[in-house]
Design a protein around this ligand. Sequence first.
Ligand code: RIB
Length: 293
Amino acid sequence: MIGVVGSINMDMMISSKRIPKKGETVKGESIKYLDGGKGANQAVAIARLKANVAMFGKVGSDEHGKNLITNLKNNNVNVDNIAIENNINSGLAIITIGENDNTIVVVPGANNKVDKNYIDNIKSELIKCDLIVLQHEIPQETNEYVIKICKENNIKVVLNPAPASAVSKEIVESVDYITPNEHEMKLIFGDRSVEEIVNEYKGKVLVTLGSKGVAAYVEGKGAVIVPCRKDCKTVDTTGAGDTFNGAFCVALTKGYDMEKALKFANIAAGMSTEKVGAQSGMPELDMVESEMK
Ligand code: RIB
């Protein structure tokens, strides 16, 4: 069982010809409310790839909260440990899509209440997992607490340090895999080259490079870039990073070597960009497997 400890958001997706500049107003073309949150997205990506996954996190006592749980349940994610926090809104992300890119403002709401106390309440279920994946949309001290519990219980941890914020040396050492993009990498490891970091942290640090693919250390080859899936008909990149992380976790549980795991995760991430919304385009296992061939 893979466990995701993280955020659950409602995404308010606004499509517009372009992303407004500071102080500017632009006309939107459409608005959609879609399920999101980096944690929930990663859980759905894992479930679509036919792995067992449990979501740990909180929603608010609003209408969005109920719908967000129902969506996870419908996607075969175990929701037994999701708590509903009273008198607070569920996490909300305002996403503007335009110019083949996006901007996101996240209001954490109930995600900020995923605290040590909550972790103590679900600990007996958490330690049943073989692998835990974390992001940066719940309080940092909660992530640190979860990592400590995982270490004590020999559970592997994947940390996706998004949105970008610094991570202590101790945390980098404690986790098994850390998956920053280039910007997040510089915040965590300083202004050094991707190759240098990847070679130093052999197999632990995977740097996602957007449309270029992902850089990682491969036994016998050193630092390599595993390219993205070619010919994607990209309409929205929201959730591509989450799909990559979820699929990478699935590949780990399948025992794939690093290169095969990254190929699998890249294919899934590429496919996810072909529909609007973080979760809409996330592929099923057979779609990824047939393209692996
Ligand atoms: O990674 C994409 C996600 O980031 C969106 O679903 C949004 O909720 C934000 O958390």
